[in-house]
Design a protein around this ligand. Structure first.
Ligand code: KQY
Length: 358
């Protein structure tokens, strides 16, 4: 039985939500200074989301008291073992059946590329997170025969998913699956009929090119794309190619897509001070001073009544906020300083997982 054959589909992020899941950051090779600055950023994000809907924070036994001390009392805290804090990628992708039932897709997780390209080993605790979330929520669990992460897919809730070839057709995820196999598995597990393939993700994205850092649906038929006008920047060619593919595509309803351009942030780089705060125990996470950070304003989260988006304390923040206010007129737009989350390799969307209302 697959989610589709059981009547389930993945709702769009703008549909009503029951809550948001996160996990507490602590590993010192991802998060500088033993995770302390990142913990403050995660707490601020969780406490902000909690103004709009319930939040669950997964926390290790060792960080229990520290997390509780920083989180709003409204945040539900659950002890769980994880390898890191990327709930978009390791958490279940929740699905609903329109009959009041909640399901959860449990993708196979291999640390963004397994032993060849992955970012850490082991990843077994992360791979177990989705099943534990399903058990906690009594959601029907569907283990999927596909290595992917939630950050590699965005749906419109009306039968279409966007993703990147760089992630889902990469031999470091699914060496034995071709394009048609991946499309069939996505269809069966997300309840979608159309896959729109983009090529590469944002340059320097250590996930290998997640869609959630490059583009997202903001409404049925409307895609917001991280855009770069500077021909000297590697993101220029990537964003042009992505736009051309999106404009040539038709969604599951037969619609041409409207593409909205989101300016990319002023280029951002890891400082020597920041690089010096990382434990040097993991060669795959060996970021160095001067490395470009894969910053993007499309890495935001939609919650009930609001959009919570990254800010980087650069001049482009104001333009990004204006775009979001125009595209989400009925929601509060909150720009949260998120450089500390970016330093770990992702942003607000990467560290959150929405649970749809049933
Ligand atoms: O979804 C993401 N952006 C995950 C990045 C993983 C980074 C590990 N340090």
């Amino acid at each position: 039985m697959t989610p589709r054959s059981a009547g389930f589909r993945m709702p769009a992020e703008w549909e009503p939500q029951a809550g948001v899941w996160m996990a507490w950051p602590e590993r010192p090779d991802t998060w500088r200074l033993g995770g302390k600055p990142a913990q403050a950023a995660f707490a601020r994000l969780a406490n902000t989301i909690a103004r709009f809907e319930p939040v669950t924070m997964l926390v290790s036994a060792g960080q229990w008291a520290n997390a509780l001390a920083q989180l709003d009392p409204a945040v539900r805290v659950i002890e769980m073992t994880t390898n890191d804090a990327w709930l978009r990628d390791t958490g279940t992708t929740f699905v609903t059946d329109g009959q009041g039932n909640l399901g959860g897709v449990d993708w196979r997780f291999n640390g963004w590329g397994g032993l060849s390209d992955g970012l850490y080993f082991p990843w077994d605790a992360d791979d177990a997170v989705a099943a534990k979330m399903c058990a906690i929520e009594r959601a029907r669990r569907f283990r999927a025969p596909l290595v992917t992460e939630g950050g590699a897919i965005h749906v419109d809730g009306e039968g279409t998913v966007i993703t990147t070839e760089d992630c889902l057709l990469n031999p470091n995820r699914n060496p034995d699956l071709g394009r048609a196999d991946v499309e069939a598995i996505l269809g069966d597990h997300l309840g979608i009929d159309t896959v729109i393939w983009l090529g590469q993700g944002v340059p320097d994205d250590i996930t290998g090119g997640h869609i959630d850092n490059l583009a997202c649906f903001v409404a049925p038929g409307v895609v917001l794309l991280s855009w770069c006008d500077d021909p000297a920047d590697p993101h220029h060619a990537v964003s042009r190619e992505a736009e051309a593919r999106l404009l040539a595509a038709r969604d599951a309803k037969g619609r041409a897509l409207r593409v909205e351009r989101m300016p990319m942030p002023t280029p951002l780089f890891l400082t020597a001070d920041e690089a010096g705060g990382l434990d040097r125990t993991n060669p795959a996470l060996s970021s160095a001073a001067g490395d470009r950070l894969a910053a993007s304003y499309v890495n935001f989260l939609i919650v009930n009544g609001a959009v919570i988006a990254p800010a980087f304390d650069v001049p482009t923040d104001a333009a990004a906020e204006a775009v979001l206010r125009r595209l989400f007129p009925g929601r509060e737009v909150i720009m949260l300083p998120s450089r500390e989350i970016l330093l770990g390799g992702g942003n607000i969307h990467c560290v959150t997982q929405q649970q749809p209302a049933v």
